[in-house]
Design a protein around this ligand. Structure first.
Ligand SMILES: [Zn+2]
Length: 113
């Protein structure tokens, strides 16, 4: 399977599919954004429209080649990762932040079309 080039038209269509927001985190997409393979390309993910999603650069770099469920676990674990930073406990003690652990549903899943 060879990697298909994604046309400008398809990039634009994918961007608009989720209201020009990142399909994972819902952040508005800027001029520069990435197209991700929901099922990773190296893991038989196809270069077809139903496997492609417009996402912010941050989400794409975080997800890398992870399958979607691994990415979900990775994001859900962010709170634990933050707890490793000393300032986190201090900020929590002073009520500057509130923990809200939850199951992550990606934006494209919440507004599935
Ligand atoms: Zn994002």
């Amino acid at each position: 399977m060879s990697r298909k080039k994604i046309s400008k038209e398809l990039r634009q269509k994918l961007k608009e599919k989720y209201n020009c927001n990142c399909g994972y985190c819902e952040t508005p997409l800027k001029d520069r954004f990435h197209i991700d393979h929901i099922k990773p390309y190296h893991n038989d993910g196809e270069c077809e429209e139903n496997n492609l999603i417009a996402v912010c650069i941050s989400c794409n770099l975080q997800k890398g080649g992870m399958p979607l469920e691994d990415f979900r676990d990775f994001i859900e674990d962010k709170l634990n990762q933050l707890k490793l930073v000393a300032n986190y406990e201090i900020a929590k003690r002073y009520g500057l932040l509130e923990e809200k652990p939850k199951k992550i549903k990606f934006y494209f899943e919440r507004i599935k079309k």
